[in-house]
Design a protein around this ligand. Sequence first.
Ligand code: CU
Length: 314
Amino acid sequence: MFKKIKPFMPIVAGLSLLVLSGCSDLIVLDPKGPVAATQRDLIMLSIYFMLGIVAVVFVVFTFILVKYRDRKEFNDKDYKPDMHGSVKLEIIWTIIPVIIVVVLAVPNAIALYELKGQPESTADKEPIVIQATAVDWKWIFSYPEENIETVNYVNVPEDYPILFKVTAADSMASFWVPQIGGQIYGMPGMVNDLFLQADEPGVYEGRNSNFTGEGMAHQEFDFVALEEEDYRNWVEETQENEPKLTKGTYEKLMLPETVEKMTFSSTHLNIVDHGQNPAYAMKIREKYGIREKSEGNEDGKVDGNDSNESHSNH
Ligand SMILES: [Cu+2]
């Protein structure tokens, strides 16, 4: 018996190592806000429900194997190969998957509609609006009310509803802060709304979870939840001390590369609205002579419609 299992032992060992050591890294199961908490509940509901199904399948599987195994007492009369279906069985194995799908779909649909709105626990507060723009390979955050712009980090007050208006300058990116909530796509020429809220101060990692090329692994940002007073102070100090965002600086941000954290006391929203102008980043790259590397496009011609085409393909 063991000899048959032996070749699979490294796989089994590897899998258990992955599962056992991975627990501490599963931050998505350690939510720090109401949105991520709802999503964690859905994930756990799905996992427990599917584990239940797997258990039933294995019990039935074992039962069938034992009951219908070939054995000496079997005669030819027990062998009936010309069976033509069974209405009763067909109905049973059609209805069971329908029930499974409905049981999974109902709580998911309810949560989906719930998460479209402002979190209930702070329904009395006016949300802070922040525009989140994905550019290969960085995240730009604009605070239109406060007239502040940050790159690769976003400061927010705790226990406050934050309305993220997510868009992109070039590739379609996915905005995700595992411990706070997500994800939602940012696409050029479109703006998608996502309410998030942090229950306690802390630095939570955020990222692009949609593959967009070589720098995508580094397209990360810090989601920083502060005490409300610290947040107000930061806003004031930024407005007073940080430089204005110039057109030249913003154009450099449109180039496909990774950058360090930055802070400005004005936003790019008076330079360009990526929700309205999907070709802006491509035009800037053309101006700076940045050529897109891609197969079948060897002359390196920049195609201003690239992002739109890739969007309509999915
Ligand atoms: Cu889309």
